[in-house]
Each structure stands twice: as structure tokens, then as C-alpha cells.
Ligand binder design. Structure first.
Ligand code: HEM
Length: 140
């Protein structure tokens, strides 16, 4: 989501940025700000549901402005469909109490060796039964 200043110097808050300089907002730094994201290191997806949910300019995984990701709405819709399909069929719980170490995977952060999960409720479709273990990994 970097942008290069073109033409005139660009005023950004108290700074004046010269033409040719690239400006890169840091999504990671914004999301570690405890004034915007209370307990920023905790995985609390419900923080996005309440009236104090992070706003458009503090939640910027899709960039912003005129070049914002064209597929943002599609990607979010896709995520809702996939998550709904999984959660309709089964209930997953982490197998371990503590999450594995986190590492960079491309531009995102992910558990280093994937996450083992337990099926607390048998799947409606399929035949793995309660207590089965599944290894959820994301291809690098
Ligand atoms: C979770 C999924 C996705 C994430 C996190 C993501 C993130 C981004 C980001 C950060 C940008 C740069 C925005 C900027 O410069 O301000 C971008 C641009 C773009 N994305 Fe995505 N994207 C996702 C999915 C998709 C999908 C599914 C499509 C297409 C179906 C898509 C199509 C595009 C296009 C065409 C651009 C370039 C827009 C432009 O330069 O005008 N993205 N995306």
C-alpha cells in the first residue's frame, strides 16, 4: 500500500515529504496501538463486532483511498461463506492451551507449524467423529 510522492512536496501532519519519497503505512504498527486496539497482542476477533470496532483508517489490510483493494468486498464475503460452512458442520477447539510461535508467512503472521484442532462436536457431513484431530495448515 506504499505511495510515492509526485510533483509537489506532500504535507502529512507535521511533516513535509519531498517528491520521490515512498510512504508506507505500517498495518502492523497501527494494529499494535493499544489506544486503538485494547490488548493488541490478544486474538480477540470479537473486537470487530462491538460499537467500538476499529474504523476504516485503523483497520487497513486492504489499503485505502482510490487504489484500495478491488477484491476487498469479495474477499470478506468469501471468508464469511467459508467460515459459516465450517462452523455449521462442526465445532473446533484448539488442541493445545498455548498457541505455537508466530512467524511471518508472506505478508501475514501465522502459527509457525500450523494449528492442531479438536472437533468438539462431530461433523454433520463426513465421518471423523468427536475427538478427532485435524491439522489445519496454510500453504506457504
Ligand atoms: C484477504 C484478501 C485480500 C487482501 C488482504 C488484499 C489486500 C490488498 C492490498 C493491501 C492492496 C493494495 C491497496 C492499496 O494500495 O491501497 C490490494 C490491491 C488489489 N487487490 Fe487485493 N487483497 C485481497 C484479496 C483480493 C481479491 C480476492 C482480489 C480479486 C478478486 C483482489 C484484487 C486486488 C486488486 C485488483 C488490487 C489493485 C487495486 C489498484 O491498484 O487499484 N484482492 N489488495
Amino acid at each position: 500500500m506504499g505511495r510515492v510522492v509526485c510533483g509537489e512536496p506532500f504535507a502529512l501532519g507535521e511533516y513535509v515529504i519531498a517528491p520521490g519519497v515512498e510512504i508506507n503505512p505500517s498495518i502492523r504498527t497501527i494494529q499494535r496501538r493499544s489506544d486503538l486496539y485494547p490488548q493488541p497482542r490478544q486474538f480477540r476477533p470479537e473486537r470487530f463486532l462491538g460499537p467500538d470496532a476499529p474504523d476504516t483508517y485503523t483497520w487497513v489490510p486492504f489499503g485505502g483511498g482510490t487504489r484500495r483493494c478491488l477484491g476487498a468486498s469479495f474477499a470478506l464475503m468469501e471468508l464469511r461463506v467459508v467460515m459459516r460452512r465450517i462452523l455449521e458442520r462442526t465445532e473446533l477447539q484448539p488442541a493445545a492451551k498455548d498457541l505455537d510461535k508466530v512467524q511471518f508467512r508472506a505478508i501475514t503472521l501465522a502459527p509457525r507449524d500450523g494449528v492442531q484442532v479438536l472437533q468438539a462436536r462431530p461433523p454433520v457431513v463426513g465421518d471423523q467423529g468427536a475427538g478427532a484431530r485435524a491439522q489445519l495448515t496454510t500453504p506457504v
